[in-house]
Design a protein around this ligand. Structure first.
Ligand code: LRH
Ligand code: MN
Length: 393
């Protein structure tokens, strides 16, 4: 099945029209490593300016209508006003990310800390984030815990799991009917011996224990090298416990590079499992978010490029000839089956995506359109003075 036949093109474009990619407020701000944060001109100074930049990405791509917030990096006095501002810009506020990884009190852990007072403080922050969701209209509470230990014996591994489960239970029980808890895992960093939510199995087990409003977040940078992430996608989808992606790419560890930049074939394989699981459409409830840091590259073009990379991987995945694949698999035709997938992967889908954008009334070349827009010159001139936004670490 080539993209030449009109029926296939229409089917693929129809599916791509339903795609939604959430961009992260913090990717528009300054970010870096422990060695250096390189400030850039025109960087937002507050959540309103971050949302304005996210709105440009949506206007040019047509598929990025929501912005994830991170608390306290995006704390404001009036969240309803921020939500209204976002709507006026043509976007909406997305997942609320809690942050219990930057306070001195959390050195030995936040919700898993041996000190009950510190645990209480951390849980109160998670509950505050649900209060914020009530005001922003956000559906998802996204939880990532840096909690862990650096040396054997530092703390009791089982006791920390008990503390984690108690904190998750209290937070889960606070959720409204339409709100959901997304639990993100990460193999290591900043902890270097144990991490209390290190892998998909641990996150999955806690989400099963919590209930139907709890699902797992797969951050593509949070695995041991050579982990087969699409297997995790297929497994969690089958179990109804895949809640969201934090898309980025990496050559080594949690590099947070542009999704699809380091390993476009992996992104294709992941999106193929999404398509095979009929989970691309918004009704399937999976949140597709970017979670990236543009330490040296211009931020808005990097996010536009990232959205395009996800679209291209998705279009290739939608081109897989499912019937031919199933027939080859049933026949045990190993090379034949592999060839069906590779045919789709090697298809240049950029003309089809340009055609779709034109049909959507968008410039077929969003990167070019951004460069021609003069938006960067505008924000560089306007955003002088004040404190540029960053991770505030
Ligand atoms: C942790 C993480 C998490 C966010 C943070 C910005 O590495 O992936 O999703 O809270 O990055
Ligand atoms: Mn993440």
């Amino acid at each position: 099945m080539s993209q030449s036949d009109a029926q296939t093109r229409d089917r693929v474009k129809q599916a791509l029209r339903t795609q939604r990619i959430e961009t992260p407020s913090w990717a528009y701000a300054n970010s870096g490593t422990r060695f250096k944060v390189f400030a850039q001109e025109g960087v937002p100074r507050n959540p309103y300016e971050k949302i304005a930049d996210a709105a440009v990405v949506h206007r040019l791509t047509g598929v990025a209508p929501t912005v994830a917030l991170h608390i306290p990096w995006d704390r404001v006095d009036d969240y309803a006003d921020l939500a209204k501002y976002a709507a006026d810009q043509g976007v909406a506020l997305g997942a609320i990310n809690a942050n219990v990884f930057q306070d001195n009190d959390y050195k030995l852990g936040s919700v898993t800390n041996p000190d009950p007072g510190v645990r209480r403080k951390a849980i109160d922050h998670l509950l505050e984030c649900v209060d914020i969701m009530d005001r922003t209209g956000s559906r998802d509470l996204k939880l990532w815990f840096s909690d862990g230990t650096n040396y054997p014996g530092q703390d009791d591994i089982r006791a920390r799991q008990d503390r984690l489960a108690a904190a998750l239970r209290e937070t889960y029980d606070r959720l409204g009917d339409h709100q959901r808890l997304r639990l993100e895992y990460k193999l290591f960093e900043p902890a270097f011996y144990t991490t209390d939510v290190p892998d998909w199995g641990t996150a999955y087990a806690h989400c099963l224990e919590l209930g139907e409003k709890a699902q797992v977040v797969i951050d593509t940078g949070h695995h041991a090298p050579s982990t087969n992430i699409e297997f995790i996608v297929a497994f969690l989808l089958r179990a109804g416990k895949l809640g969201a992606f934090d898309f980025n790419s990496r050559f080594y560890a949690d590099d947070d590079l542009m999704v699809g930049a380091a390993d476009p074939f992996q992104l294709f394989r992941i999106m193929y499992e999404i398509v095979r699981g009929d989970a691309l459409r918004p009704e399937a409830g999976i949140a597709f978010m970017l979670d990236q840091c543009h330490n040296i590259e211009p931020k808005i073009p990097a996010i536009i490029r990232s959205v395009l990379n996800v679209q291209e991987a998705t279009a290739k995945a939608l081109l897989v000839d499912a019937d031919a694949l199933a027939a080859a698999q049933q026949a045990g035709d190993v090379l034949g089956a592999n060839a069906v997938l590779m045919d789709a992967y090697h298809t240049d889908v950029r003309p089809l995506l340009a055609e779709l954008r034109t049909e959507l009334g968008l410039d077929p070349d969003p990167m070019g359109a951004y460069a021609r827009s003069g938006y960067f010159d505008k924000i560089r001139a306007e955003r002088v003075g004040g404190q540029q936004a960053g991770w505030g670490a």
